[in-house]
Design a protein. Structure first.
Length: 171
């Protein structure tokens, strides 16, 4: 299930707002990314992309590869990607395992001041948190409540809690 919000639904004047919430399961050998993503989010993994928002992505099953500049990192199951805006990146599942991933995209003035956690300023924004039931439940909740007519402030609060939890749970 993939959900995107247009600016008129994100209360852009707020200090934190959500632009995308989603879950995607890619089976072994299946094309990645799926064609369900709108322009600006769909990308060719061999080319990579730059997006203008923060994204937090939780890889809950399978494995893959993250590329940042000239470096590559393995993405094992139980990893969280804390991606800051304007960072060139590419990631893709291993063809033999596929993967299951959740994500939330967000931005805002508050976020720029608040998100000064070490993982966002280091060379590798991939955190190993393991398969954490509380983190998984928060992503489930975000997907469940994300609708254009939903209270985006509720998801904003969930993001604050989620990022804080992930930042303190890394192994």
């Amino acid at each position: 299930m993939i959900k995107y919000f247009t600016p008129e639904h994100t209360e852009k004047e707020k200090q934190i707002y959500v632009s995308t919430v989603g879950y995607e399961e890619i089976a072994p050998g299946e094309e990645y990314p799926s064609r369900n993503h709108p322009e600006g989010y769909y990308f060719d993994p061999s080319v990579g992309r730059v997006i203008d928002e923060y994204q937090i992505v939780y890889f809950v099953d399978g494995r893959g590869t993250l590329r940042l500049g000239n470096e590559s990192f393995e993405i094992p199951s139980g990893s969280v990607l804390m991606l800051p805006p304007c960072m060139w990146h590419s990631y893709f599942p291993d063809k033999s395992t596929g993967w299951k991933q959740y994500w939330i995209g967000f931005k805002g003035e508050f976020v720029n001041d608040w998100l000064r956690v070490p993982s966002l300023s280091s060379g590798n924004p991939l955190l190993r948190v393991g398969l954490n039931p509380e983190i998984l439940a928060l992503f489930h909740k975000a997907v469940e409540i994300a609708r254009p007519d939903s209270n985006i402030n509720l998801i904003g609060g969930l993001i604050i809690y989620l990022v804080t939890l992930v930042s303190t749970e890394k192994s």
